[in-house]
Design a protein around this ligand. Structure first.
Ligand code: NAP
Length: 581
């Protein structure tokens, strides 16, 4: 076995499955929140598996996004894994909305607690995955030159793991420091006495700008379109509060399981039109000052689907912005006009609007004065030339399918997934793709996780996929492929739900819009997320399982090939088999 990485595995633990015609029962791609949990469950079942990750270490999103201000928009204690009582009792979340360094520490703590690192291989970019129809195995090529085979591939690639840069002339000529927020350097970036440009005003930029405004000499924000955002209202969690949270974990996760978004925030079940305007305003006053997504998810359900309630709420939020920004011209520039509040995931901020009241922070509206080129010393818009020491691109991601496109995935009959999904994904339950047998996506496009509190959706998907693998093993099946009919039905269902949502009109990653990618224009909607809410999604996938995996064609192999089976080296962990709902 060649040297893999500095976090290398010990010999034997990731080696080929003894006596088998393939190396692993399961290869999980991605060592983020989903991959860590997935390998935990596979190890509990004694399935011979490994995790491959392109980065130097585990953590996915929380490994990469090290920009100042990066933190949860979920309440920390609803973001953590729910599967282990020990973890829940041991871990102390220090803030209501925990920051990136702590989040990465948490994921490392979980991986180390269950000794999962030894099943992980880093610096392993999967370049291709081809399905071998004769043997019902996947053949993977890895960037280190190795070829690996496995019965099943589990994609735990992340929804927002492929950053996209703008296509501006001269980007390679800039002599200062420049980077995408996703690739924020691991070593400290000296910001004091620096002139910094931030391009983009999405959720990432909103966190970053607020955090660095008082730390840099000059901060110039280049905004093409403003985004709605609302206060995070973060605060520390004391020992006493944490003890209380621990005592309520069952209740907390039960609440998350019954809300559409997988948060503690339950929608206001009253009809928008049944409530007087005074009552609506009183509710919004309260929610705006509450921590987290209350103003988005504790609101009336009509705000997502009905123009009029949405417009009234948007006007309310616009007023709150005007109250917070001293300069009326700047305030108006920060208020979105092309979409309503909450039709896409709402960035949560900590004093973002107040940052624009500082003398050293400047807002440049590049819809009026576009950036013409990046220069050696800064950038030039149609109106001004600017000098900078640092240019930060907070310009978003090739969302959801980008990470799949980055791997040459070839299924039955030589069909490429990239081609099949050229105009947008089509899946069954967000977990299977017809013609790509034995490829599982616990958090795939059109699954329940994309539109929720991610780890809640991730646990749902990973639990379901693991139970499915157990079923395959118990029944001696070697191949599983969804039918084209099931895939078309699910995709049509997901598509239809978009037609009810105001989201369909917004230019954002939920609809596949990205001006930096060809074919991702506004109006060419990609149906990336399931909008039916977590409870309905869970009920649907459980029903499929109860009906013997209806919509999935399962095939046994010849006795000699046998099903994948327990490896001789059953994983050791403190708690045995996980609780899975
Ligand atoms: P984003 O929402 O896609 O925002 C990208 C920003 O860059 C937009 O303002 C966009 O402007 C701008 N932009 C892109 N290309 C540009 C170009 N060529 N020229 C000028 N401006 C350009 O990306 P993001 O802010 O990274 O957030 C993505 C998602 O990550 C969020 O929706 C959220 O789900 C997640 N996130 C979560 C957290 C958290 O709190 N946990 C934090 C950060 C991000 P236009 O709007 O005009 O396209």
């Amino acid at each position: 076995m060649p040297e893999i990485s500095k976090h290398n595995v010990t010999a034997g633990q990731t080696s080929a499955k003894p006596g088998s015609r393939y190396d692993y029962d399961v290869i999980v791609i991605g060592a983020g929140v989903a991959g860590i949990y997935q390998i935990k469950l596979l190890m509990d079942l004694g399935i011979h598996a490994t995790v491959l990750d392109a980065e130097e270490d585990l953590g996915g999103t929380w490994y990469n996004n090290r920009y100042p201000g990066a933190r949860f928009d979920s309440e920390s204690y609803t973001y953590g894994y729910s599967f282990s009582k020990e973890v829940l009792n041991e871990w102390h979340w220090k803030e209501q909305f925990s920051g990136q360094p702590e989040n990465l520490r948490y994921l490392n703590y979980v991986a180390d607690k269950f000794e999962l690192r030894k099943y992980m291989q880093f610096n392993c970019q999967v370049e291709s995955a081809h399905f071998d129809e004769t043997n019902d195995v996947w053949r993977l090529k890895i960037s280190d030159g190795r070829k690996l085979t496995c019965r099943f591939v589990i994609m735990a690639l992340g929804l927002l793991s492929i950053p996209t840069l703008p296509r501006i002339k001269g980007m390679d000529t800039f002599t200062g420091q420049s980077f995408h927020t996703f690739h924020w350097p691991h070593e400290p970036v000296e910001m004091n006495s620096k002139r910094v440009a931030v391009i983009g005003t999405g959720a990432t930029a909103i966190q970053l700008i607020a955090e660095i405004a008082d730390k840099v000499e000059e901060l110039t924000v280049f905004q093409r379109r403003p985004n709605w955002s609302a206060p995070l209202n973060n605060s520390p969690i004391s020992e006493e509060e944490m003890t209380n949270i621990r005592s309520r974990y069952d209740e907390i996760f039960a609440t998350c399981a019954r809300t559409p978004g997988g948060f503690e925030h339950e929608p206001d079940r009253r009809g928008f039109y049944e409530v007087s305007r005074e009552e609506r305003l009183a509710l919004w006053d309260r929610l705006y000052d509450e921590p987290g997504f209350g103003i988005w998810l504790r609101n009336f359900r009509e705000i997502f689907t009905d123009e009029e309630p949405n417009a009234e709420l948007s006007a309310y939020i616009a007023e709150r912005i005007r109250e917070r920004v001293n300069d009326p011209v700047t305030a108006e520039k920060l208020i979105p006009r092309d979409h309503g509040f909450g039709v896409q995931r709402v960035p949560l901020e900590s004093h973002y609007f107040e940052a624009y009241n500082r003398d050293n922070v400047h807002l440049v509206d590049i819809s009026e004065t576009p950036i013409q080129r990046i220069t050696k010393t800064g950038l030039r818009t149609s109106e001004h030339t600017y000098d900078f020491d640092i240019i930060v691109y907070a310009t978003g991601f090739d969302a959801v399918t980008g990470a799949f496109d980055g791997i040459d995935i070839v299924g039955v009959g030589g069909e490429k997934l990239r081609d099949k999904w050229n105009d947008g994904p089509s899946t069954f339950l967000g977990m299977f793709v017809h013609g790509f047998p034995n490829l599982l996506m616990p958090t795939g496009p059109q699954s329940g996780s994309a539109s929720t509190n991610y780890p809640r959706g991730i646990e749902t998907g990973v639990n379901w996929c693991t139970t499915f693998l157990e079923y395959m093993r118990e029944h001696g099946y070697v191949r599983a492929d969804t039918t084209l009919e099931a895939e078309q039905r699910w995709t049509a269902h997901v598509t239809k739900m978009y037609s009810k949502m105001l989201m369909r009109k917004a230019k954002g990653w939920f609809t596949g819009y990205n001006s930096n990618l060809d074919g991702h224009e506004h109006g060419k909607t990609r149906y990336f997320v399931y909008n039916g809410g977590a409870p309905k999604y869970v009920a649907t996938i459980n029903e499929v399982a109860e009906k013997g995996y209806e919509g999935i064609v399962l095939r046994s192999g010849p006795a000699s090939s046998s099903q994948f089976s327990a490896s001789s080296s059953k994983a050791v962990n403190g708690e045995g088999v996980s609780q899975r709902g």
